[in-house]
Ligand binder design. Sequence first.
Ligand SMILES: Nc1ncnc2c1ncn2[C@@H]1O[C@H](COP(=O)(O)OP(=O)(O)OP(=O)(O)O)[C@@H](O)[C@H]1O
Ligand SMILES: [Mg+2]
Length: 266
Amino acid sequence: MTDTAHAQPAAATQPALVEMRDMSIAFGGIKAVDEVSVNLFPGEVVGVLGHNGAGKSTLIKMLSGAYRPNGGKILINGKSVEIHNPRDAKKYGIETIYQTLALADNIDAAANLFLGREKKTLFGTLDDAFMEHETRKVMGRLNPNFKKFKDPVKALSGGQRQSVAIARAIYFNAKILIMDEPTAALGPQETKQVADLILQLKKEGIGIFLISHDLHDVFDLSDRVSVMKNGKLVGTVRTTDVTKDDVLGMIILGKEPDAPDASMMN
Ligand SMILES: Nc1ncnc2c1ncn2[C@@H]1O[C@H](COP(=O)(O)OP(=O)(O)OP(=O)(O)O)[C@@H](O)[C@H]1O
Ligand SMILES: [Mg+2]
């Protein structure tokens, strides 16, 4: 294996926010993920790329607690952890945003943000004022143009819905955000909105796994990309070290680009 298979961010002095080591899972004897190792540092975006069925979602579902691995190890901030279910994942600050934009359509942004974790007043009634205030605060940080606080979320555009979903994740202290095809259901304008959100989250030190089968969706946003094929890791490269064509080659051919001049690497 060449060096690029373990490409690390330029300044990897602190322990990784997430390290997934030799992760494996099989379904009915088929190895959906086969000894895959990836990691993620604070403020970093790592794209996870590969064709349909490569194993991207399955890999990341072992981090979000949706699937139990058959093998491998997960470390959070350098400490080995057991993630048996989504609740465990949340405990470690791991939140997942799905392309399906899972929101409750008939209620507004604040009600969605606090869904299942509603804030009550001393009298046991819903503290709508508090929840709206908090929602305005977090949305102001993420998407200052958002104005539709009084509308049910079904009246929102896909990009606006995605910002509500992200607000919900980060309000409850996500440190690690998993975004599985976050722009698959969005148009170009809205995709740009999500890109802006991702840059904002990076600034706040949140680490993001950005999963996509489309290289163009993630290349420019990612610090590194990990490419999978047939359940295996093809390699991980820094996006500043490679071209989009190099990564496309990894996706299609399942092998790493020819190593650049070694003297240029460090
Ligand atoms: N619950 C499951 N039961 C059986 N097989 C599964 C299950 N989940 C995933 N697989 C299989 O594991 C492999 C990897 O699937 P996965 O959904 O992780 O791919 P992916 O890279 O996310 O693809 P896509 O780009 O289509 O989302 C596929 O062969 C898929 O059929
Ligand atoms: Mg998938």
